[in-house]
Write a protein that binds this ligand. Structure first.
Ligand code: FES
Length: 69
């Protein structure tokens, strides 16, 4: 997801790009993502609140992210 967003000109902060540093942590406004494995950088509570790690997330449909303030 991160690579696609950046290719489309969407600026998303990132560092490790492997799901561990949490620099890319963002919240979904709508849509769903899936992961190939369970990433330690994201808790079950954060997932339930809609947070995702774009560097390792794969979109399951069109996504809308909450803007960072
Ligand atoms: S860039 Fe490090 S977790 Fe996404």
């Amino acid at each position: 997801m991160l690579a696609s967003a950046q290719a489309a000109g969407v600026e998303l902060h990132a560092s490790c790009r492997n799901g561990t540093c949490r620099a890319c942590l963002r919240r979904l406004h709508s849509g769903q993502v899936h992961y190939r494995i369970e990433w330690p950088g994201l808790s079950a509570e954060e997932k339930a609140e809609g947070f995702i790690l774009p560097c390792v997330a794969h979109p399951a449909c069109d996504l809308v992210l909450v803007a960072q303030g």
